[in-house]
Design a binder for this molecule. Sequence first.
Ligand code: FES
Ligand code: FE2
Length: 406
Amino acid sequence: MSQEKLLEMTRSLVEHGKADTMELVDEVMAVSASDYTDEDRFEQEKERIFKRLPLMVAPSCELPEPGCYKAMDIAGIPVLVTRQKDGSAQAFLNSCTHRGNPVAQGSGKATRFTCGYHGWTFKNDGDLLAVASPKDFGKVDKAAFCLQKFPTLERAGLIWATLDPQSTLDMEAYLCGYDEMLDHFGFKDWHLFQQRTLPGPNWKTAYDGYLDFYHLPVLHKDTFGSDFFNRANYFFWGPHQRLASPSKFAQKTGSDEELDLTEMEEKDWPIDALMQGVWTIFPHISIASFYGGGGRGAMISQLFPGKTVSESFTTQFYVMEYEPTDDAVRQGAHDQFAFLETVVAEEDYKTGKRQHESLQSGLIDKVWFGRNEGGGQAFHQWVNKLVEADEEELNRIFAPQLQAAE
Ligand code: FES
Ligand SMILES: [Fe+2]
């Protein structure tokens, strides 16, 4: 079914490309400037979006084998993600059950974690293995002192966690079938080549840029944008959306040659053409794929709110279909990744910082999203809807049976 959906989207992109059109939404939409700058609003977004919804915490290839782990901070919550003995991924609150010190730092491989404060030891499945000086400490029911688990789901080579141990939200239903689409990348067998973390502006200011092709030939004219049109059609699975350029052309796999899709049989359309564009995962992921070094590559950008309303940080994962085996390919991938860092840091995020500062002047009350910016419109509508939703409403929005009926 997801294969048919890919063909259907490509057909629509080809038709719009032939007609030199794009899909437009009904109205131009305004968003209040204070939605970006208000500190109370920012706190609400952390509480209601980042601490309630499933977040993509790691690509599976970041934790390729049992024993791999990483520690991270998300909206002030210390998180530990491990690959357990049975191969499954699990996210925990990275906080020792003795007095709260984080049990792991950074990333690496470990079957157990010894807390650096008094030495309690936990297995990488969260079980408390040993209390330091147990006779002196007093009686402890070990089973009641495991690391707290967060609901975790691994699909399409990506790991999601909901940072609320009591969450009743159905994680699969939240994905709205989008994981089946993402599965066409085949990320579960890919290789993590490099990763880095960049500072950025307000998280929504930064994320708007990932939902926007309108700016490509202007802001990025000196780097890569001059080759791009500024149009995108948007395809939705609940709050998750793909952006793709309406065009009848696609690049031939591994070359600069262009294919005219209207002159080919659909069954011969290459997978790159079917997957082109940017795949975003609400509320904070953007996946852009390309071809290089004998296989497909992708940059997965993972965005989190920072300490203040004016800050965010983004981890960029550069993943490759095949691990490079020779220096030329490795160098090529390295250069490509460095280039993408420069584009995002020097063009997108610098602009975002300036834009945010200007909104913070308080002298502009609204910003605008055109009929050609349906993706940004939908993103802000979803943020509003989910910030406003109470628990019951949230579960209703992502109820499994409702989605099956749709
Ligand atoms: S806080 Fe971890 S052992 Fe005391
Ligand atoms: Fe950009």
